[in-house]
Design a protein around this ligand. Structure first.
Ligand code: ADP
Length: 169
């Protein structure tokens, strides 16, 4: 009997990748055999970093995890409907992080819609680590724009990338 590999998708914008994202990626890696981090290429969100830059950043920040967690990891961009991407990559699980109540309403609705599109794919929510749950890419960018310190929210290399991008270095 062949054992099918469980493929999971963790989708997001990652503009930029934060310690909150990293925590969800680490924990997700323990739940699947192959984890695909899907970087959404949705120009209407007007991201600070280009799709190539975000992919490079996510790849660089997560490279150490494959060996540590005994999974295979892949970073890919997608610009189609998420459920179409899920089917293309053969994922059976979508992983999402859940922060405050504010995330819940949106995630609840999206999960229900995705279930209608493909009931064979489960969405699994990981509760945010309480010490990281306030972290949001949007706020990291806002704090950096106003010269605030972001070292508690992103790795030192991502901090460097943000400061360079904003012309502060
Ligand atoms: P999106 O455009 O899908 O909101 P994000 O990059 O903001 O993309 O987030 C991707 C996923 O990571 C979402 O499931 C989001 O809830 C989760 N996430 C973001 N920040 C955190 C955090 N600090 N702790 C836990 N999960 C988080």
């Amino acid at each position: 009997m062949s054992v099918q590999k469980r493929i999971g998708l963790y989708p997001g914008t990652f503009d930029p990748i934060t310690l909150g994202h990293m925590d969800i990626i680490e924990r997700s890696a323990g739940l699947v055999d192959h984890l695909i981090i899907g970087v959404s290429n949705n120009p209407s969100k007007k991201p600070l970093f280009s799709i190539e830059e975000r992919i490079d950043m996510v790849q660089r920040e997560t490279a150490h995890l494959a060996a540590e967690k005994g999974v295979t990891l892949e970073v890919r961009s997608f610009d189609c409907l998420m459920m179409t991407f899920v089917e293309q990559i053969g994922a059976s699980v979508i992983l999402r992080g859940l922060r405050a109540v504010s995330d819940f309403e949106y995630e609840f609705q999206m999960t229900a819609m995705n279930y209608q599109l493909n009931p064979n794919v489960e969405t699994v929510f990981l509760m945010a680590d309480p010490s990281l749950q306030a972290i949001a890419s949007r706020l990291v960018k806002e704090i950096a724009i106003y010269d605030g310190e972001i070292s508690k929210f992103v790795t030192s290399t991502v901090r460097e990338d943000v400061l360079v991008k904003l012309g502060k270095k």
